[in-house]
Design a protein. Structure first.
Lengths: 485, 339
């Protein structure tokens, strides 16, 4: 890339202040120092926060020396809610074995992705490339699927991260590791800060930018990329119970995350405001018995620790990236609550990895002239297809609810209540808990196969069920092999 | 050199005698916390020390411990976020993270102001004895100009912390009232958390294992397990532990991420610490200045209008500061059983 091209293309602070000035730091410390040299004391880039994560972050080094703990450090630079530079690197020994930078470009309003390789820094693309079919899923967009910031474990208790729900002891590092006393570790903030100040605002920043550049009063460009995030599981977040596995006892109960059972963030807590689920806890006795039955353990090579992840029942949930795009669609009037509800109520008991719901993506136009509402056109196409579609198809399910007009809400709630009643009954039984665990393992298997998992061995606990076929939850709270379209 | 405890955030409400009494009261609380309940599994707590009676060594380090003001226990009550906000706003008893708030609304029910406090009741109890005039001034300032002296005392003439001006979520708040929100509880927790637990040959380190073993608080809160784990982390460095002066619970920060104001003004500018000192906020107010033409209820967070104080509480963090010294010198052995 020539200097002129770089000046045109790369205007995030990392490129503008360092790379384009001929400064090519090779370590995190050099990046910190270079940014300090390049900025005045009052510059927001001087505001720095660090965070630490590791799938093996609760296993002291001396208890298991050969475990791949995956300890990584994230350092952010910028204003509280508008972080402009984010650096990721390995934490153990601060060896800078990998060094990645994300920078926000205020001109193009995209995140740029950089990585330091042996030959030097490479620019791997910007957020918009994540949506371009030619580069989708490539390079950094294998995990930044939609071009946004990513924090997989985005909600309390932020499994694997240091947070106010989980301290991280220095003894996770080897005795001589400089990180033990490094301020980047000692003074690191909790994941609650990363969630609230960095990632959620970052996701919204890119969503807003996307809409500004693709949705006008005359036209909706890339309508298919927006609707894809309504119908499909483009990526995932991970969520767990708030209970440390080691504290679960037979006489206690385990509150399972509601988003495992339905898309609670959009159907209930989002714009749709539908009735919420009841208590979704299971007895500790049943859960522990199921862990035993399926030989659940954290395993990495020779290392084996019986039981679940630090916080129990870590499972994939609908991603904040997908949710934020839908929020914006409703907020801007591109989609009505009715349309969103009709889409999300298709196979609603499977909030992630629903092939049936995803099949509706084929009705999304690539671009759309706004002389009539986008959703009318899409709904018309689905309803037309529904006539010849088999019973139980996504088209039929959508069309039935859509056909009720404003009666969609009452019918959606009727279905949800039926599901809630069935769940309440099933979760009280050992069989029900076994099925839930089986379904969770199937979803974990699927999630582990995604690039976002980075195939880190301690991301999930493993079991004799790992690798099993994908199951789906039915509205009667039983499981069955997942339907494929 | 022994220390006299300062009033929270070095407040100046107390007379010289009152300040001495405050220090003495805290010293007694610390002594009791060091002694413990008498249960050998939990007493005494030799790694906790009273800086009014034992010196702080030169190698001392302070450690801020932070958590979110939003009550975590409500996560276990309902998964409907709006319902959680309603419950939290409905009763001060539900606001159990050492931070309580009240919400003022206009005649249409729109939120106009959310006021947070983390002032401890013990301070007001002492102020009621030391300086009734100042107590009344504070009440009239924080709750209503209509407060009368008799409103604040019971029939025996004792100060009533949960009086009619400080027991609701629509007035005040003046100071903490929730049954576990007090400095004594925080000191007891910190002292109990200095006990290192070695169970079946393994040192306990995690938030929930420690609190369940040591029984020093509520495992479902944000605050108690985290305070305990962080204090225990200091204790495991073989240090002596206490709370940094002035001991107290403080508002750490307000970070309005995702707040969108109608005119684009940074929502942080609507937040003011109205009592305390820099770095040690005791009272925070979120309110749009008159003249802006809109109110707190017109601000959105992630697209949703602010209808509850609890929505704002999600972005307020609270802090307690621990102090460790004589690092690496403690010879106290871990206890091998739980409480």
């Amino acid at each position: 890339m020539s200097d002129a091209e770089a000046a045109e293309e790369l205007n995030d602070p990392f490129a503008k202040l360092l790379l384009r000035q001929g400064q090519f730091p090779t370590t995190l410390e050099e990046i910190i120092a270079a940014l300090e040299r390049a900025t005045e004391e009052s510059d927001p880039l001087r505001r720095r926060m660090s965070f630490i994560v590791g799938e093996g972050s609760q296993i002291p080094f001396n208890e298991a020396r050969d475990v791949h703990r995956g300890l990584r450090l994230v350092v952010t630079f910028g204003r509280d809610n508008e972080i402009d530079v984010m650096v990721s690197t390995d934490a153990s020994g601060l060896t800078n074995d990998f060094l990645q930078v994300i920078g926000w470009d205020d001109q193009k309003r995209v995140f740029h992705y950089y990585e330091r390789l042996q030959e030097g820094w490479i620019w791997a693309g910007n957020s918009s490339h994540a949506l371009d079919p030619r580069s989708r899923g490539q390079g950094p967009f294998d995990s930044h699927i939609n071009g946004s910031l990513v924090l997989k474990e985005l909600k309390l208790p932020w499994n694997h991260w240091k947070s106010f729900a989980a301290s991280m002891d220095a003894d996770v590092f080897s005795d001589g590791d400089p990180m033990r006393t490094d301020p980047l570790f000692i003074d690191s903030s909790g994941a609650e800060v990363l969630e609230e100040r960095v990632v959620r605002p970052g996701v919204r920043r890119w969503t807003d930018s996307r809409f500004d550049s693709t949705v006008t009063s005359e036209e909706v460009k890339q309508a298919d990329t927006l609707l894809r995030q309504l119908f499909e599981t483009t990526t995932i977040n991970l969520v767990s119970s708030a209970t440390e596995s080691r504290t679960l006892r037979a006489n206690s109960k385990l509150e399972l995350p509601p988003s495992f059972f339905l898309n609670v963030d959009e159907l209930v807590n989002g714009p749709l405001d539908l009735a919420g689920p009841p208590d979704l806890s299971v007895s500790g006795e049943d859960y522990l018995a199921v862990l035993d039955e399926f030989d659940v353990a954290l395993v990495d090579g020779q290392f084996r620790q019986k039981g679940d992840t630090h916080f129990a029942f870590l499972v994939p949930e609908r991603s904040v990236e997908d949710i934020d795009v839908v929020r914006k669609c409703v907020e801007t009037g591109l989609l009505s609550k009715r349309f969103v509800a009709c889409a999300l109520m298709v196979d609603f008991s499977n909030p992630v990895f629903s092939e049936r719901r995803a099949s509706l993506s084929r009705f999304a136009p690539e671009s759309f002239t706004r002389d009539s509402p986008l959703e009318e056109a899409v709904a018309r196409a689905i309803v037309a297809d529904a006539e010849s579609a088999p019973q139980g198809s996504a088209e039929r399910e959508f069309a039935e609810l859509w056909g009720l007009g404003e009666g969609w809400r009452a019918e959606a709630e009727r279905r949800l209540h039926g599901y809630y009643d069935a769940l309440s009954t099933r979760l009280k039984t050992r069989d029900g808990v076994r099925d839930v665990f089986r379904l969770a393992e199937a979803r974990r298997t699927k999630a582990f196969g995604l690039d976002i998992s980075e195939r880190r061995p301690l991301l999930f606990a493993t079991s004799t069920l790992r690798g099993s076929e994908l199951f789906e939850m039915t509205p009667t709270a039983t499981i069955q092999p997942a339907a494929t379209t | 050199m022994a220390t006299q405890f300062s009033a929270p955030a070095h407040l100046k409400d107390l007379s010289a005698e009152g300040r001495r009494a405050w220090s003495e009261q805290l010293s007694n609380v610390m002594d009791q916390a060091i002694e413990g309940s008498g249960n050998p599994a939990d007493s005494p707590r030799p790694q906790f020390f009273n800086p009014a009676k034992a010196s702080i060594a030169a190698d001392h380090v302070e450690k801020g411990i932070f958590w979110t003001a939003s009550p975590r226990k409500l996560l276990f009550v309902t998964s409907v976020v709006r319902r959680r906000w309603e419950i939290a706003d409905g009763s001060r008893e539900r606001q159990d993270e050492y931070c309580e708030w009240a919400v003022q609304r206009d005649e249409h029910g729109k939120v106009t102001r959310v006021t947070f406090t983390c002032e401890v009741p013990e301070y007001f109890e002492l102020l009621a004895k030391d300086n009734k005039k100042r107590l009344l001034e504070l009440y009239r300032d924080f709750a209503s100009p209509q407060v009368q002296p008799e409103d604040l005392f019971d029939s025996n003439g004792e100060y009533a912390p949960k009086n009619r001006w400080n027991n609701k979520t629509a007035v005040g708040p003046v100071h903490l009232t929730q049954r576990n929100n007090n400095l004594g509880a925080a000191i007891e927790l910190a002292a109990a958390a200095t006990i290192i637990r070695k169970i079946n040959g393994r040192i306990l380190t995690s938030e929930q294992e420690l609190i369940r073993c040591s029984q020093y608080g509520d495992p479902d809160r944000n605050s108690d397990p985290h305070i305990g784990a962080q204090v225990n982390l200091l204790a495991r460095s073989k240090a002596d532990i206490t709370l940094a002066d002035p001991p107290g619970l403080y508002i750490n920060d307000f970070t309005p991420a995702g707040f969108k104001t109608p005119d684009g003004t940074d929502a942080r500018s609507f937040w003011n610490i109205t009592r305390g000192e820099p770095g040690r906020g005791l009272r925070g107010v979120f309110e749009v200045p008159s003249g802006k033409g809109y109110a707190v209820g017109d601000i959105t967070i992630g697209g949703a209008h602010i209808e509850f104080g609890a929505q704002v509480a999600d972005f307020v963090s609270i802090r307690l500061v621990g102090l460790a010294c004589r690092l690496g010198k403690s010879t106290v052995e871990p206890k091998t059983g739980c409480v």
